[in-house]
Design a binder for this molecule. Sequence first.
Ligand code: SF4
Length: 383
Amino acid sequence: MQKKDLSIYIHIPFCIKKCDYCDFLSAASSPEERAYYTRVLQKEIRAFEPLSYIYKVKSIFFGGGTPSVLEIPHFNRITQQLFDSFDISDDAEITVECNPGTLNEEKLKAYRSAGVNRLSLGLQSADENELRLLGRIHSFEEFRSNFALARRLGFDNINVDLMSGIPTQTMDSWKETLKKTVELAPDHISAYSLIIEENTPFYERYLGAKGRSALPDEELDRKMYHYTHSYLSENGYERYEISNYSKPGRQCRHNTVYWTMKSYLGLGLGASSYLDRKRFSNPRSFDGYRDFVKDAYRSFKTCEPQSLKETMEEFMFLGLRMDRGVFTGEFERTFGKSFDELYGGVTKRLEDTGFITRKEGVIKLTSKGIDVSNRVLANYLLP
Ligand code: SF4
């Protein structure tokens, strides 16, 4: 029997210190906590071994948090456990998210030996004031030297994360960040706009009446977005998702799995999975997670599949984020429903107002649609 494709996400919830804008599930930790977490995570990986008879793993993504905070022996134990418990494809894409300031030669060599073939470096900005304001732990120079070291040690597939919409950021400083990044020729660039979340220091600081003026306004944010697209295109990067650009053939295989609703298993504190049309998340408190792991596989087996309505809506939301768009034929094959019966009317209306195009069975957001993508996508909610 041909095995089905699977991607695995591993959550490492540790950082050196919390950035001021961050609401991800991450925190500073002690060596003892990291050692204990590694043991619990290994146990969870073992619990899902039965999937190895059905699935072949095509990508693994260590995200966080800052996975590069983990000591090498812990990282090696986790990867070894993955190789022991799952059937991993020889050409699997294996990514580790890293922050400048947490990398050194020994760690990068250990990643190479463990089979890691892609790095994702969190730069966010090349401007020292903006980095300080974000509460990042590194300078641009540290990033540049970590990047050069990774290249020297043979990493030929590197992503750089950037952030626009930072308080005090100007068009010129954003242009400079893009320029300095492109000069290093990474293979992939993710460029997201900052979203200020509740319960972060930024929320207090910048969403009050006074602080708001430090934020780039919506018009500037859109200008930055359009500049990013044109500048990166001129420099050989294709946009393949609203906020993601790559050199040809260097799209992130793992993240594409999320956007195309293929199967992935999330392991670790608070990690989310989408498997057998079931969407489920691990507990977000450590005690809850430790208890869940005792019976993790059964919890997954007994959880309810997502409703058809939710699945179709997600298919539209995620598919429209990608530049390739949504294929109506694929929609009909997947769900056994007529696309036009469900979405023909709304699609025509959005086409007439210039937010999407429909050509030869492919629906895509236009540039005008991307500018207000959340509002456009909301039209694809079903009654
Ligand atoms: S490094 Fe990333 S995960 Fe950690 S606190 Fe900063 S933004 Fe959050």
